[in-house]
Design a binder for this molecule. Structure first.
Ligand code: SAH
Ligand code: SF4
Length: 363
């Protein structure tokens, strides 16, 4: 077995069977994958981590994804919508802390009022930061005109996870209706690329009903889609969601964690020059989970700059870390944490996807 892992890793191109074999490796063999991925990262994007200050603007959502704690029908979720002033205060904090970039994330709302509000916020962020902050947004499925308007207002990266690239599994974790349509999600990703965003997607790992074959297909979906960025993380159950009824089918949480690290490492091997985020959900399982992800291929981290009083309410999953902290607490903590990985921090840099730059040159 050991030899065959070495042989597989030496190949220029991995087949689906290879990926499935690698996803199922034990401790000794998986360390070979991690070491290989760390080298690929160092050679292609360098040993450097970029910050994206994360603002969880609102947990109001019009959708009902079966896995998510802030789904519309969860009446137990206490809803909030941070004021523009508080958002801009968080922006100033990220700018003063030299974070380089921001992520604005929220539940999915589609309305002309929401579109305008985001456009105004984007323009103000650019203005108060002298265009020094790069902006990623993660605001769900929207019409192409809305993506265009937000791009023109200053956002240049967009994160929209496909969640699972297998339509059958997609419909096991979402209601089967117009609002949760697999094809629409894929078309949104196409629109984002067309508009010109650095386009990011990702999946949840360790979902009920998910197979190794599904996960290998997810990696190839990302490769074939030619994405620029990826944010993928372990699925973490939430009591007040429909998916909780399948909890017995889940693999132990530690295994979901390790499988996520393997997915990150394999994606780094397959897509050498993209940006890969160390998902916050990893930290919900292991206190140094994100740092472990950085060691095996991730190069983006998203320190939470949401005002402390709202953090507890943005509960996509349970045991969400750092909900009792303020943004300033994160800065020192983060610096110490990245120190463990041996990587440098790209303070004040946008840290754009190298893959995007190459992709655009080819157009
Ligand atoms: N509403 C937007 C952005 C916020 S949700 C959207 O859905 O795109 C951001 C991500 O949180 C989702 O893409 C999903 O992958 C993740 N998420 C939601 N519930 C989760 C859970 N129980 N465990 C792990 N990740 C979860
Ligand atoms: Fe809403 Fe996003 Fe949660 Fe789905 S995953 S319910 S769209 S916040």
């Amino acid at each position: 077995m050991s030899n065959s892992i070495d042989e597989i890793l030496k190949q220029a191109k991995l087949s689906k069977e290879d990926v499935i074999t690698l996803l199922q490796t034990d401790k000794i063999d998986r360390n070979k994958i991690f070491t290989h991925a760390a080298k690929v990262k160092a050679d292609n994007v360098g040993k450097k981590v970029y910050y994206r200050g994360l603002i969880e603007m609102s947990n109001i959502c019009s959708k009902n994804c079966y896995y998510c704690g802030i789904r519309m029908d969860n009446k137990k979720a206490e809803r909030y919508d941070i004021s523009d002033k508080e958002i801009l205060d968080a922006v100033k904090f990220a700018h003063e802390s030299n974070y380089g970039s921001l992520v604005l994330q929220a539940g999915e709302i589609t309305s002309p009022t929401f579109t305008k509000r985001i456009s105004n916020l984007l323009k103000q962020i650019k203005e108060i930061s002298n265009n020094e902050l790069g902006i990623t947004i993660s605001l769900g499925e929207q019409p192409e005109e809305v993506y265009q308007e937000w791009f023109d207002s200053g956002a240049h990266r967009y994160l929209l996870r496909i969640e699972s690239s297998n339509p059958d599994l997609y419909y096991k974790i979402h209601p089967k209706n117009k609002k949760h349509d697999f094809e629409t999600r894929v078309n949104c990703l196409k629109s984002l690329q067309k508009v010109g965003y650095q386009t990011g997607t990702g999946v949840m790992i360790g979902l009920p009903f998910q197979t190794y074959d599904d996960l290998a297909s997810d990696l190839f979906f990302m490769r074939d889609f030619d994405i620029d960025m990826c944010g993928m993380g372990p699925f973490i159950e939430h009591h007040d969601t429909p998916l909780y009824q399948y909890n017995d089918l889940l693999m132990p949480i530690e295994d979901r964690f390790t499988l996520t690290l393997k997915m990150i490492a394999l994606l780094r091997i397959i897509m050498k020059d993209i940006n890969i985020a160390a998902a916050t959900a990893l930290q919900a399982i292991d206190p140094i989970g994100r740092e472990k992800a950085i060691k095996v291929g991730a190069n983006i981290i998203m320190p939470n700059v949401t005002p402390g009083m709202y953090r507890d309410s943005y509960k996509l999953y349970e045991n969400k870390p750092c909900t009792d902290e303020e943004a300033a607490d994160c800065t020192n903590c983060m610096e110490m944490r990245i120190g463990i990985t041996g990587d440098d921090i790209g303070y004040g840099e946008w840290g754009d996807s190298k893959h995007y730059a190459k992709r655009r040159q080819q157009i």
